[in-house]
Design a binder for this molecule. Structure first.
Ligand code: ADP
Length: 163
């Protein structure tokens, strides 16, 4: 069984992420979406909230998809999950340098696990969680970037007065 891990912060999950998940799920027998607990990114949503959001959003995508939190080294998590590939999304040239370096170092850590890059649909490529949060904080409309349920989560969070 071919297993791949798609790791990320998903703070919040966007239409870009969902497109990569849809494409990735077609390529493998099982796609494990790894939601990082890494607090250094100071996420808007707790890991429990992000896990619940991702689970809800992938429920309608066909294929075998599991959503799992992880706080360990990515390559250790991938190995634990029995994965032979790490899936990453590439947006623009700006992503490339960081992704290139990370893929290279991960290759050194475990040469048995391949990093595979996918491109989201062209219309979804500019979407980034960070900008979605910024737009929402200034009262802008984020409906073109996330699902209606996620947009409601973000608005609910901001209305609640936290971060
Ligand atoms: P990280 O915190 O690891 O950057 P993110 O949650 O921001 O995690 O993103 C997870 C993965 O999804 C990364 O590989 C990122 O490049 C990719 N990604 C995010 N948004 C898009 C998009 N709009 N199109 C393609 N890939 C994307």
């Amino acid at each position: 069984m071919k297993v791949a891990v798609y790791p990320g912060t998903f703070d919040p999950i966007t239409l870009g992420h969902l497109d990569i998940i849809r494409r990735g799920a077609h390529l493998v027998d099982k796609l494990v979406v790894g939601v990082t607990t890494n607090p250094s990114k100071e996420p808007m949503f707790s890991v429990e909230e992000r896990l619940a959001m991702v689970k809800r959003e992938v429920a309608d995508i066909s294929g075998h998809i599991e959503v799992v939190e992880f706080g360990s080294l990515l390559m250790d998590f991938a190995e634990q999950q029995g994965a032979t590939a790490i899936l990453r999304g590439l947006r623009a040239v700006a992503d490339f340098e960081y992704e290139f370096q990370m893929a290279g170092m991960n290759q050194k850590l475990n040469d048995e696990i391949e990093t595979v890059f996918l491109m989201a649909d062209v219309s979804l490529q500019p979407i980034a969680s960070k900008l979605v949060k910024e737009i929402a904080r200034f009262g802008g409309c984020i409906d073109k970037f996330v699902t209606p349920a996620v947009a409601a989560d973000v608005r609910g969070h901001l209305d609640g007065g936290s971060r």
